[in-house]
Design a protein around this ligand. Structure first.
Ligand code: HEM
Length: 168
């Protein structure tokens, strides 16, 4: 009887021992398929939002598109009539927007324009105006197929500025 127990134990230990590497690798595959982050996903996550958005050229392309959409948006384009009518002023505005987005998303830029309170003071911007502008920004981001994660992170970085921009 004792001999049988020993033999069974040895056989069991052998079977389990040879199974375990297969189990570990199956577990790894399941992790990457069902939720746990693969190393490629971890590397992507380590990149700044600025990098994930595609850096300067990609962000400038979104800003150009955004400004065109705003200029055609009759809900809010009255605010930008003077800006749109003056190429130098429009260029400066786009530069300021870029620097601000760059800084807010972890790029190596320093925004040196007015703070949001000063920049929008006296314009009488309402919450509806603010939401319309955010909607236009989303349209521009969608045009360039910016991913949901990056889109939400960018909106999350700009959202807190609302309190300084909306006056009514
Ligand atoms: C999160 C939302 C917003 C951000 C990040 C933002 C950002 C900026 C920045 C960086 C400037 C330039 C400031 C400077 O020249 O020093 C600016 C100016 C301006 N913003 Fe906004 N803004 C936002 C919302 C709005 C809204 C909702 C409106 C109106 C509907 C608006 C209208 C303007 C106008 C008219 C200017 C002046 C443009 C010029 O210099 O000619 N902004 N904004």
């Amino acid at each position: 009887m004792r001999k049988t127990v020993i033999v069974v134990s040895v056989v069991l230990a052998f079977v389990l021992g040879s199974l375990s590497p297969a189990l570990v690798s199956a577990q790894k595959n399941m992790n990457s398929t069902f939720g746990a982050m693969s190393s490629a996903q971890k590397m992507e996550k380590k990149k700044t939002l600025y990098q994930r958005l595609g850096g300067r050229k990609a962000i400038e392309a979104v800003i150009d598109e955004f400004v065109n959409i705003v200029a055609a948006d009759t809900r809010i384009n009255k605010f930008f009539a003077d800006t749109a009518g003056d190429p130098k002023r429009l260029k400066k505005f786009k530069e300021h927007l870029f620097k601000q987005i760059c800084e807010a998303t972890g790029g190596r830029c320093k925004y040196k324009g007015k703070n949001m309170k000063e920049a929008h003071m006296g314009m009488g911007i309402t919450e509806a105006d603010f939401n319309a502008l955010v909607e236009d920004l989303v349209k521009a981001l969608d045009k360039f197929n910016v991913g949901e994660t990056e889109k939400n992170e960018l909106l999350g970085a700009l959202g807190p500025m609302k309190g300084d921009i909306v006056e009514k």
